[in-house]
Design a protein around this ligand. Structure first.
Ligand code: AMP
Ligand code: MG
Length: 424
């Protein structure tokens, strides 16, 4: 067990380390799910359902044809064959969009296109391929060359997929392309969804330059800002403030006040949380109780700050190295953003892959190594040739996953089974 209450000076240096699970549990305990609000289905893309979406009508909506061809009475054509065709009178034409329900008497058929409502009097569809003339000149009569396989052949039955009142998409699920289209198909007009969490991204560091600005000795581009902006958007949250501040606790307090004024739900700081001489996030928050400074048994990402402000906004203070930021986001921030949206599944998919390279891992800490995976071969290897350093920002470009190596493992050998978190 580690990390008691943080009143007073916090867990500066030394102190016992918390496991990833312990820290994540603290984060998730502090998360409050946003309330559901009504939305028109057309404005609900990518949102998470607070209540299930229930079908307003059946899918299919009505019995309809699965083929371009002829709606028939099965008994009329049960004996049809190429040697002895059955001739039917075509008394109606049913292209897409019609609502007609033509009565079919004995010896009668209706030409019908895929998806058009099957006449109530028909109990099979003969595809045009099984007729002598096909679809051309077929509005007078049709010669059927092959009997349908059974009563009901090629008729898609009303409600076979979903019934009115059934749940189409469950509460806690995201309305992605598949879910949204299914809800629309079921006639859903309004849904109850959670809004996008409002997030501020603040990079700290007197060395930081705006992305794209010319570099110089001692200065480096702020790559954490764009990294987090995209990761946050990808988690269906909204970035409402992006800032870069020098290593100055007052500047951190000022930007925090601005973020709170803008009604943010979350502030994510990078840098300035460890035990160096100029650590502005620590300087601004440590010792005030609201934000806790912790050491987590992971690599990278060991120093972590987390807490809640009086406004209710959650504060994450991530260590500054770009790989640490990417890992810390996946491990702590993303699950929190999804839980806030009421998402049932808040974790990335994980699977076991086989190491096809050897690498070393830090003793006593769980490793999250940027990795390349071969999905077909189910193999994994480090994304950077240069090792596992959290400062290797360039290697992130190749990573599609994180290899997760337990704290008690010190080296990975070729052929080892490795737990992998897939992030793309
Ligand atoms: P810190 O946690 O502030 O001590 O930062 C650790 C390392 O990450 C230092 O080498 C920083 O220069 C680097 N770093 C901090 N913030 C950023 C950033 N926004 N973009 C790129 N590198 C950063
Ligand atoms: Mg710094």
């Amino acid at each position: 067990m580690s990390g008691g209450g943080m009143s007073g000076g916090g867990m500066s240096g030394g102190g016992s380390r918390r496991t990833v699970e312990e820290q994540l549990a603290r984060v998730l305990d502090a998360v409050q799910a946003l309330p559901g609000e009504p939305r028109a289905i057309r404005d609900a893309a990518s949102r998470t359902l607070a209540e299930p979406a229930t079908a307003a009508h059946d899918i299919p909506l009505f019995d309809n044809s699965a083929m371009d061809g002829f709606a028939v009475r099965f008994a009329d054509v049960a004996a049809a064959s190429a040697d002895s065709p059955t001739t039917l009178r075509v008394i109606a034409d049913l292209p897409a969009g019609v609502s007609d329900d033509p009565p079919l008497g004995p010896g009668e058929a209706a030409r019908i296109m895929t998806g058009s409502p099957a006449p109530s009097a028909a109990d099979a569809i003969v595809p045009f391929e099984d007729t002598a003339g096909g679809l051309a000149d077929s509005l007078g009569e049709v010669q059927v060359l092959r009997a349908p396989a059974a009563v009901g052949a090629f008729i898609r039955r009303r409600g076979a997929d979903l019934r009115a009142g059934d749940d189409v998409v469950l509460a806690g699920e995201r309305l992605g392309a598949f879910q949204l289209s299914a809800a629309v198909a079921a006639g859903v007009e309004r849904v109850s969804v959670t809004r996008a969490p409002r997030v501020a991204v603040v990079s700290t560091g007197s060395e930081l330059l705006a992305p794209g600005d010319p570099a110089s000795r001692g200065r480096i581009p702020d790559s954490n800002g764009p990294l987090l902006e995209l990761l946050i958007a990808d988690a269906d949250a909204e970035v409402v403030l992006v800032a870069r501040v020098a290593d100055d606790a007052d500047a951190v307090r000022a930007v925090t006040a601005t973020a709170v004024e803008r009604g943010v739900d979350v502030i994510v700081f990078t840098g300035g949380v460890s035990a160096g001489a100029y650590e502005p996030v620590r300087g601004a928050f440590d010792g005030r109780g609201a934000v806790e400074f912790t050491s987590v048994a992971m690599q990278p990402g060991k120093p972590q700050a987390f807490g809640a402000l009086e406004s209710g906004a959650l504060v994450f203070g991530l260590p500054g190295n770009p790989v640490s930021v990417a890992v810390s986001f996946e491990v702590f921030v993303r699950p929190a953003l999804l839980a806030m949206q009421g998402r049932t599944e808040i974790h990335r998919p994980r699977a076991s892959f086989t190491a096809d390279a050897a690498w070393t891992t830090p003793p006593g800490r769980r490793q999250y190594l940027p990795a390349v995976v071969d999905l077909a071969a189910r193999t994994v290897r480090p994304a950077t040739a240069g090792g596992s350093g959290s400062h290797l920002a360039g290697g992130l470009a190749r990573a599609r996953a994180f290899a997760i190596v337990p704290a008690d493992v010190e080296a990975v050998a070729v052929g080892d089974a490795i737990d992998v978190m897939l992030v793309e």
